[in-house]
Design a binder for this molecule. Structure first.
Ligand SMILES: Cc1cc2nc3c(=O)[nH]c(=O)nc-3n(C[C@H](O)[C@H](O)[C@H](O)COP(=O)(O)OP(=O)(O)OC[C@H]3O[C@@H](n4cnc5c(N)ncnc54)[C@H](O)[C@@H]3O)c2cc1C
Length: 389
């Protein structure tokens, strides 16, 4: 057991932070322009600087980092900027991980290689209007017809769908209605029969989109796995969850560091805010929460004996980090007083960034259900039982 960040990891984090600070003007310009061209330019620049595909294998052009180092870098990048980290995250532990684990050689070359080179972006499509937490209730159906797959259905809340070039789409291949029908395809966003909505803006300013598939046709070679794969897909998805968790840590760390500096400088009652014991205890609580949250996350990343993170350790980290980072970011607002509540200061935005973490990637309640099931040693079935006749 080693709880220390190694000198090599620290060096990598420092170099990454410096690099991201250099790219910050471009990230801000990309947000301001809000065009596919600007985003593609940022993607390319990040690829050239080794900020995409952090844990993707070097044979596809990735950085080949272990999951733990990848998470350390995602936290570091998020501390500097959320747009930069969104791209690093989605090209590292995002949907691309499923293609790497389950895809054919051609799919890996095209999608893992393309994503890592900054040529392609890949979203993940699980949620449907009537299948949120109950993801296995999804209805989107894929029917194989000769060399083609015909897809009908609808997805919702799909992050960055308009920015990206394809979605890893979870869908049903069979008609039993059971989870065993579920597999996945890679759905190119120019496929005939696919419509992407104008999107909804979330409280962090990012957009989620709906996908409508109406006799949408894609080549059969885009099938990633044709059924009996929900468990496998979710196992890979735990790495993506740890990526999101690390982003929450980055936002909380940024808030904490900003608030610390602020209370050392701001004077009230003739002394620095940092001199008041009531605020010192808040700072101590924030520090304890940040460290505990980091350690749970890093444990889940370090224990990947089977190649993928343990579902239990991922859920434990998720529940604690989602709660702790909300509290840290909320306390940072409090430490800045009225300025903390103003959009001209960075801490309110950090709160908005972490708030979604209690919802996406499985809500806190759903993760608690999973933890309870593990602890009690039973399958915690949430489905309403059918009335006996
Ligand atoms: C910012 C953001 C980005 C997202 N990005 C994506 C994406 O890229 N791709 C994608 O597929 N999806 C994405 N989602 C969707 C996300 O995964 C769902 O919102 C989430 O799974 C919850 O589903 P729901 O919103 O339908 O809520 P519901 O399932 O309707 O839940 C509503 C409330 O009920 C609670 N609840 C439900 N069931 C239970 C239960 N059995 N026990 C206890 N409590 C329960 C929930 O915890 C929640 O508090 C994103 C969501 C957000 C907010």
């Amino acid at each position: 057991m080693d709880f220390q960040i190694s000198p090599a990891q620290r060096e990598l984090m420092d170099a990454t932070e410096k690099l991201c600070n250099q790219l910050l003007p471009l990230a801000k310009e990309t947000r301001r322009a809000d065009t596919p061209e600007a985003l593609n330019k940022l993607r390319k620049t990040m690829a050239e600087n080794g900020l995409l595909g952090l844990n993707m294998p070097t044979e596809y052009g990735g950085m080949g980092l272990p999951l733990l180092d990848t998470l350390l870098l995602l936290q570091t990048i998020q501390k500097v900027d959320s747009t930069l980290c969104g791209l690093s995250h989605r090209t590292s532990t995002g949907a691309v991980g499923a293609v790497l684990e389950l895809g054919s050689a051609a799919q890996k070359e095209k999608y893992v290689g393309g994503v890592v080179r900054g040529e392609l972006g890949l979203s993940i499509g699980i949620t449907e209007p009537e299948a949120g937490s109950a993801a296995t209730a999804m209805k989107t159906r894929a029917r194989i017809e000769g060399d083609e797959v015909v897809i009908n259905g609808q997805k919702t809340f799909i992050t960055a769908a308009r920015d990206n070039h394809a979605t890893l789409l979870y869908c049903r291949f069979g008609t039993t209605g059971k989870a065993s029908d579920i597999g996945a395809v890679i759905l190119p966003h120019d496929a005939p029969g696919l419509t992407i909505s104008a999107g909804m803006v979330n409280m962090a300013g990012e957009r989620q989109y709906e996908l409508f598939m109406s006799d949408c046709r894609i080549p059969r070679e885009n099938v990633l796995i044709d059924g009996d794969a929900f468990g496998k897909l979710i196992s890979v998805y735990n790495s993506e969850r740890l990526g999101s968790i690390s982003r929450m840590l980055g936002s909380a760390q940024a808030s904490f560091e900003y608030a610390l500096q602020y209370i050392k400088e701001r004077q009230q009652f003739g002394q620095a805010l940092a001199d008041f014991q009531g605020l010192q205890w808040m700072v101590a609580d924030m520090k304890v929460k940040l460290e505990a949250a980091q350690l749970l996350t890093w444990r889940a990343a370090a224990n990947t004996a089977a190649g993928l993170p343990s579902p239990l350790e991922t859920s434990v980290a998720k529940v604690y980090v989602a709660q702790a980072t909300k509290e840290i970011c909320d306390d940072a607002i409090q430490l800045l007083g009225g300025y903390g509540y103003m959009t001209e200061y960075p801490v309110e935005g950090r709160y908005r960034e972490v708030r979604g973490g209690s919802i996406y990637g499985g809500t806190m309640q759903v993760h608690k259900n999973m933890i309870a099931g593990h602890v009690l040693g039973r399958r915690n079935n949430q489905w309403k039982r059918k009335e006996k006749a």
